[in-house]
Design a protein around this ligand. Structure first.
Ligand SMILES: [Zn+2]
Length: 232
């Protein structure tokens, strides 16, 4: 049985997650590529705890919108429930929006290495799951499991919720993604086609030679640790 891996990439690093450990491949200020393996401190939880944020944000949005009066009153009301909760929420939403815009600009301008890290992430995961990390170069930098392949589904969910005029956007979008991943994702031709196009055009790129070397070395270590974990 082979472990399933997942990953996420940033402008200066990529992260691959196994069941028990996580691999980080990154570049230092001198441009040297390193890798590091850490134990996942929440590895025992069968899902990524970050997803708990979705219903939480949806609930707070619902509270904010239900009042019908202006935003300052809503913030004040949240502040009464817990000191500074409303203000903190406003700040978080603002930062999330700012980050999303920043990421989009980054992706479009392509003046960073994020596309290369993203390509490396897909390639290492594909090679590892085929148990051929030594020939990782031959694996595609395009992945049909990439988040981009779910964008059309998320779009449809958003359109439906807008028509129905209900909330719960993040939670329902995540649920739809989860159900799709477990069932019809391989047959979602529109999603797969859109995802491949977006990856090819904007979000992935051929990784540098040094990234590949460090990536393969790190992935090999991660696979060993995961396999050992399976035997225990
Ligand atoms: Zn991806």
């Amino acid at each position: 049985m082979t472990t399933k891996y997942s990953g996420i990439s940033f402008p200066n690093s990529t992260h691959v997650f196994g069941r028990n450990c996580a691999l980080k491949i990154y570049k230092d200020k001198k441009g040297i590529v390193w890798h590091r393996i850490t134990k996942r401190w929440l590895g025992w939880i069968p899902f990524n705890p970050v997803i708990l944020l979705f219903p939480l944000i949806d609930i707070v949005i619902a509270i904010l919108l239900s009042s019908g009066d202006n935003i300052t009153d809503s913030v004040d009301r949240l502040n009464l429930i817990f000191p500074n909760l409303g203000s903190a929420f406003l700040l978080v939403v603002f930062l999330l929006e700012l980050t999303a815009i920043g990421v989009l600009i980054y992706m479009v301008l392509r003046k960073n290495d994020q596309c290369k890290w993203h390509g490396l992430e897909h390639r290492l995961i594909a090679a590892a799951e085929h148990d051929s990390i030594d020939t990782a170069e031959y694996f595609s930098i395009i992945s049909d499991r990439c988040g981009a392949t779910y964008f059309p589904t998320i779009f449809v969910v958003f359109v439906f919720l807008t028509i129905l005029n209900t909330g719960g956007f993040l939670t329902l979008a995540f649920l739809a993604m989860f159900i799709e991943a477990k069932t019809f994702h391989p047959y979602n031709k529109i999603g797969l086609r859109f995802g491949r196009w977006l990856q090819k055009k904007y979000t992935t790129d051929e990784p540098d030679h040094e990234m590949m070397i460090a990536g393969k070395e790190g992935m090999k270590e991660l696979m060993e640790m995961e396999n050992r974990g399976l035997q225990e």
